[in-house]
Design a protein around this ligand. Structure first.
Ligand SMILES: Cc1ncc(COP(=O)(O)O)c(C=O)c1O
Length: 457
């Protein structure tokens, strides 16, 4: 059967739901529940809106999976995709081969990333990018004659993907359960999550405590055994943890002093989401390696990658070395062509700026709308990545008992009001396309406020 992605096509929802239940193994879903309830089948999108197969419209308040930065239904991206596929659908970057789009994209990223990040290797997504970043960190120290520098410092609540290396860097135990043994050599530090870890402290004291923990960890493990520290400038999937403004500088300084590489995972924060092109620019810190994915193509086609510093590249390019890493789709020409056009849209339409402006309005609307809600612990965010954190008790900050199914009820209440956001027992994560406009922000915030008030009485 050939599916026509018609914009007006009549879909047989019941048939699709039955086939879904029979054959589709969903990711990050309660499979038992899905067997009973069935999926929500999305047929098309335009701007910040998506439509299900019955024609119901939703605001996509999660931009797919934090990735549809330029919004849905961009014909120019579909056209670029088709044009490149017609000319040269695939050539690898192995064995010294390249295509014009992969070369142009590497050059473009060299202009966009702060120095000294100037050299790029590509992947198909975020986890592959972090695998690549972690392997390059170890490889760098190997080439430097320090092969014992292999450990990786990460943070609790971090999300770096679910491949075996990135899974070990991820600091959310729910993703580990049943998939062990987890790769050894990863140490998880306290996240810069002031709401739960910084209570009773000033920002200065809280940051000092986190830097002290880092120093103690380095002393305990031995700097000579540590390759890198990996962190999202703003933690995303773990709970949208916006660090104190003064957090990253002393962390980066400490790492540098101990000869430990800093890896920024810009998979969510890259390409405008926080209000600047990259999350690192919010904090004035440049890493040695940066990983990215998601927003580089706004989800129109899978692509990710890593950027490395001039120093790391120079070391890797020393005589008699062979970089024995790469995926079949490291630098897929169709994906790279889409990325180039997508980056042009992000720049021309000043989407980082709009993300900052719309995100600030969304934060305000949610804070004022939920100010008297007794089960909202904190509403926080940076640009267009936000969270409404919910608690069973504001005083003790106790979490809801999972048996109450607060996440499921919030999901139902928000979907009924025509918005798609990520709901869990911890709250509602929100990350709309960066194109979102004022009236859409108000509609999104209003639906979330009403949904929360209906569920949490
Ligand atoms: C910060 C971060 N890193 C890595 C990943 C993994 O990316 P992917 O799912 O494309 O492998 C994600 C995915 O959400 C992410 O948010």
């Amino acid at each position: 059967m050939v599916l026509s992605p018609s914009r007006t096509g009549a879909w047989n929802t019941a048939d699709l739901v039955a086939k879904d239940k029979a054959h589709l193994l969903h990711s990050v879903s309660n499979l038992h529940q899905l067997q009973k309830e069935g999926p929500l089948v999305i047929a098309r999108g335009e701007g910040v809106h998506i439509w299900d197969t019955d024609g119901n419209r939703y605001i996509d308040g999660f931009a797919g999976l934090w990735n549809v930065n330029v919004g849905h239904g961009r014909r120019e991206l579909a056209e670029v995709m088709a044009a490149q596929a017609e000319v040269m659908e695939f050539t690898p970057t192995f064995f010294g081969l390249a295509t014009p789009p992969v070369i142009e994209l590497a050059a473009r990223l060299g202009e966009m990333f702060p120095d000294p990040i100037n050299h790029f290797n590509f992947t198909s997504g975020g986890a592959e990018s972090n695998e690549t970043a972690l392997k390059i960190a170890r490889y760098y120290w190997h080439l430097k004659g320090k092969p014992e520098k292999i450990k990786v410092l990460s943070r609790k609540m971090a999300y770096h993907g679910i491949a075996m290396g990135s899974l070990a860097a991820t600091g959310i135990p729910a993703y580990w359960q049943g998939f062990g043994p987890i790769a050894p050599g990863f140490v998880h530090l306290t996240p810069p999550y002031a709401y739960r870890h910084g209570e009773g402290m000033t920002e200065e004291e809280f940051v000092a405590s986190l830097v002290a923990e880092l120093e103690e960890t380095i002393t305990r493990e031995g700097a000579e055994t540590i390759a890198a520290f990996i962190g999202e400038p703003v933690q995303g999937a773990g709970g949208v943890v916006v660090p104190p403004e003064s957090y990253w500088r002393p962390i980066a300084e400490t790492l540098r002093r101990h000869d430990i590489l800093l890896l920024f995972d810009e998979v969510i924060t890259g390409f405008g989401r926080t209000g600047t092109m990259f999350g690192m620019q919010q904090y004035g810190v440049t890493p040695d390696i940066a990983s990215f994915a998601k927003g580089i193509t706004s989800g129109y086609i899978p692509l990710g990658g890593v950027g490395v510093s001039d120093e790391i590249f120079a070391t890797m390019a020393e005589p008699n070395q062979m970089f024995m890493h790469g995926f079949t789709y490291s630098g897929h020409p169709v994906a790279c062509a889409v990325a180039l056009r997508n980056l042009q849209i992000i720049e021309e339409e000043r989407l980082p700026e709009n993300a900052g402006r719309s995100g600030a309005l969304l934060l305000d609307e949610l804070r004022s709308g939920l100010a008297d809600q007794p089960h909202v612990g904190e509403v926080r965010g940076k640009g267009c990545m936000l969270i409404v954190e919910v608690v069973a008790d504001q005083e003790t900050k106790a979490k809801f008992d999972p048996a109450q199914n607060v996440g499921g009820r919030l999901q139902a209440a928000t979907r009924e009001r025509g918005v798609i956001v990520r709901c869990s027992n911890d709250g509602i994560a929100i990350a709309p396309p960066l194109t979102i406009q004022e009236d859409e922000v108000r509609a999104l915030a209003g639906a979330i406020v009403d949904g929360v008030n209906e569920v949490l009485v």
